[in-house]
Design a protein around this ligand. Structure first.
Ligand code: C5P
Length: 229
């Protein structure tokens, strides 16, 4: 069966407060995007890539893409719109039972071992699977005004990461229905859950961080160095 990789990279990364979108900031001498694609390529050299890029992106350089078979698709307003555009771009070629992994460009520290474990889980689980870590902090809900209204039990709570993987046909249907019904879709799994299915939680590493804030870059550099050491 074929594997498609969808990499949303069309965000403008406003929370970084930098001039360059975060996927182009330098991490150990190379752009974040180049690191992320190279990890994916190490794990899945034969996969086909669809990269979601802002149509006005002036920073992208195709020499950062290590895949033989790849294409770009235009990003949308929200992340979910970017992912749906990519799935539409594959429609002529992808079969319903092909596997699709969606991985945020902003997670360059994902390891080859975790990628392969996720892929193995995905092949066995018809509802798909995602990397996730159990919540370690005590969880508070606010009252909307900066005070605690309640402490939530953290037992059974997980942080969802990417990649998240599903069969192509299921993922298209889930995202179409979720968007049509007005659901806020911040990851693929939530759309699949809304169909009444239960994607599998694959315990991942806590160092698969998403670069969001400026201090995350230094942290990611440290993580990459530690993983290589
Ligand atoms: O902003 P955030 O970190 O949540 O974005 C997650 C991922 O989705 C990033 O890789 C970003 O580039 C991508 N994205 C996108 N299209 C958007 C918004 C975000 O591809 N409209």
């Amino acid at each position: 069966e074929r594997l498609w990789l969808v990499v949303p990279a069309a965000g403008r990364g406003r929370r970084m407060g930098a001039e360059l979108p975060k996927q182009y900031l330098a991490l150990a001498g190379r752009p974040v995007l180049a690191h992320t694609l190279s990890r994916l390529h190490q794990a899945f050299p034969e996969a086909r890539l669809c990269l979601c890029l802002d149509p006005d992106d002036a920073h992208f350089d195709a020499s950062w893409v290590p895949f033989d078979q790849w294409r770009r698709s235009p990003g949308g307003t929200e992340r979910v719109d970017s992912v749906r555009q990519a799935l539409t771009a594959l429609a002529g070629e992808a079969r319903d039972d092909d596997l699709v992994l969606v991985h945020d460009v902003a997670r360059p520290c994902v390891t080859v071992a975790d990628l392969q474990r996720l892929w193995a889980a995905l092949r066995e689980d018809s509802a798909g699977s995602l990397l996730a870590t159990p919540a370690a902090d005590t969880m508070k809900r606010d009252d909307g005004h900066g005070h605690v209204s309640q402490t939530e039990s953290r037992s059974g709570l997980w942080h969802a990461q990417t990649p998240q993987g599903f069969r192509y046909g299921l993922l298209c249907r889930a995202l179409n229905e979720a968007v049509a019904s007005g659901l806020e879709v911040t990851d693929e799994a939530s759309a699949v859950e809304a169909l009444g299915l239960k994607p599998r939680l694959v315990p991942g590493r806590r160092d698969n961080i998403k670069i969001t804030h400026p201090e995350d870059l230094a942290l990611a550099e440290h993580i990459l160095a530690a993983q290589q050491g």
